[in-house]
Design a protein around this ligand. Structure first.
Ligand SMILES: [Zn+2]
Length: 257
């Protein structure tokens, strides 16, 4: 009898356990500090702020400093409210019903409809609108409602002032290419030029990962004449003149070495 009761209670708890959790929300974008990689800014939250969860960012001599997109998205507002409210502000629409706001800007570097990624400069810190000094007023919203700000998933300090260091746009994206020499293996050099030591070869048709690109010796190859060299490993470079990357010249988003 005791066992049966226990079983019934356990079954009841199990049902409760299954029914309680809310439907999982769509994952939030990974928002990053809205300034270039490596910069440290003081972010202030306060209970009398409007809206309440907005963060005001400052650092020394910040007037005119670049403001970057907090996460990938599409710019859906580039608006100048004049001497009131946000003044010059940008809004970015992100996946899952999220928006970010960047207000009191000095100027704009994007237009409505533009796709932006991490690290993209969208404007410059200013003191436009209802602002008494240069700063960035920053908001995250979900379905239109002001939400507590998170960077890399970590909640901002509520309430108070804290330093935030940006890792926005730090992650170097890589490119890829296909070596095309029409037969012979391509010499890999220890640096970006034919004067560097040969440190190996890559076969015709090989797929390579390109970590960064730089300018070096001019080489005439399968794809014309180019001074671009691709770094495909540690101290391993090949001439871009023999690599099909889908781009003439430098590959967008692949860093310079
Ligand atoms: Zn503010």
């Amino acid at each position: 009898m005791g066992k049966r009761w226990f079983g019934l209670i356990a079954a009841g708890l199990l049902v409760v356990g299954i029914t309680l959790p809310a439907a999982p929300a769509m994952a939030a974008p990974t928002f990053k500090v809205p300034f270039p990689c490596g910069q440290t800014w003081s972010g202030q939250t306060r209970t009398n702020h409007s809206p309440a969860y907005a963060v005001d960012f400052n650092r020394t001599d910040d007037l005119g400093d670049p403001v970057v997109a907090s996460a990938p998205g599409t710019v859906d507002r580039v608006t100048d409210l004049g001497g009131t409210s946000y003044g010059k502000y940008v809004r970015i629409s992100h996946a899952g019903g999220y928006h970010t706001y960047y207000a009191h800007l000095n100027g704009f570097n994007v237009s409505v409809g533009q796709s932006v990624g991490y690290g993209k400069v969208i404007g410059w810190v200013g003191s436009t609108g209802g602002s008494t000094g240069p700063h960035l007023h920053y908001e995250q919203r979900l379905n239109g409602s002001d939400i507590q700000v998170r960077f890399n998933g970590a909640l901002a300090l509520y309430w108070g002032t804290k330093n935030y260091t940006s890792d926005n746009g730090c992650g170097s994206s890589t490119g890829s290419g296909t070596v095309n020499t029409s037969g012979t293996a391509l010499t890999v050099r220890s640096g970006p030029g034919t004067g560097y030591a040969a440190v190996g070869t890559v076969a015709d048709g090989a797929q390579v990962t390109i970590y960064c690109q730089t300018s070096g010796t001019s080489v005439t190859g399968t794809y014309g004449t180019s001074t671009i060299w691709d770094r495909i490993g540690t101290d391993r470079f090949i001439s871009d003149a023999y690599v099909y990357t889908g781009h003439d010249g430098y590959i967008p988003n692949v860093p310079r070495c």
